[in-house]
Design a protein around this ligand. Structure first.
Ligand code: OAD
Length: 246
């Protein structure tokens, strides 16, 4: 198997998607048994859907919380932890996954581009997002305890970037700054387990190529954007990532 050269000058930016958690038992979004299948995306993952039916949205995310809490990181997650320990600040992991498995595996330099399943925030007030593993399977819509009494009583919502919402600018800036630092030395980009459908994450490969970096993709099948990578390794990330960096 072809393997990337990683020397003392190499900066490695990793982008992960749902495929990396598939071997942990978390369904991906666009596969045959994909998570969205029983729900329209706009019903459970958009601000409009939440306004229309917050009970449905909380049921959906409560199920996801319960399912993810029962899953464990797989060898793909662990291989990325080992790579980070080797590279230190020359490593950054940007993930589209909200399941928290990278951090549970031990990854520290992580940017959770699409938020975190185990974090909530108020849909109305400016209260900072906070850790929340609560499961509201009975149809409860939790209320914010900080805007209570001020008349306008905010429902809590999952701290997840929904369709139609923009990613946090400091997260994008952290990734862009890393690309700049890496481009001045030797930059390597690895995407794993992502179908490359959702921007801006799907555009990272082009940014890295524009900056002169080498681009690698590990995926169970060739996704639509495969031609934009310099190297493609087909296979399950839980098997391929440990071999790539072992
Ligand atoms: P997708 O479900 O679109 O793509 C997962 C990719 O992983 C597919 O190309 C699969 O072939 C591949 N795959 C499946 N099992 C794999 C395995 N064991 N090893 C390697 N690859 C495997 O998921 P994402 O690309 O992550 O956004 O989707 C991007 C975003 O779209 C998600 O973050 C989510 C969704 O809407 C939000 O929730 C905001």
């Amino acid at each position: 198997m072809e393997r990337p050269v990683i020397d003392d000058d190499t900066f490695v930016l990793v982008l992960t998607g749902a495929g990396v958690s598939a071997e942990s038992g978390i369904p991906t979004f666009r596969d045959a048994n994909g998570l969205w299948e029983r729900h329209r995306v706009e019903d459970v993952a958009s601000p409009e859907g939440f306004r229309r039916d917050p009970t449905l949205v909380w049921r959906f995310y409560s199920q996801r919380r319960a399912a993810a809490a029962g899953c464990a990181p797989n060898p793909g997650h662990h291989a990325l932890v080992a790579l980070e320990r080797r590279l230190g600040d020359r490593f950054l992991l940007a993930t589209q996954n909200v399941d928290g498995l990278h951090r549970r595996a031990g990854s520290e330099r992580v940017v959770e581009l699409h938020g975190n399943l185990f974090t909530s925030r108020c849909a109305c007030c400016r209260r900072a997002p906070f850790a929340d593993a609560s499961v509201y399977a009975d149809g409860t819509v939790p209320a914010c305890t900080e805007c209570q009494g001020r008349g306008d009583f905010g429902p809590l919502r999952p701290h997840i970037v929904w369709f139609g919402e923009i990613l946090a600018s400091d997260d994008l800036e952290r990734v862009a700054a890393f690309v700049d630092r890496g481009a001045a030395r030797r930059l390597l980009f690895l995407a794993a387990g992502t179908s490359g459908n959702v921007y801006p994450a799907a555009g990272l490969v082009d940014e890295v190529r524009g900056a002169g970096g080498d681009t690698w993709l590990v995926n169970a099948e060739p996704p639509a954007n495969v031609a934009r990578f310099d190297h493609f390794i087909e296979g399950p990330s839980g098997v391929v990532l440990p071999r790539l960096f072992g």
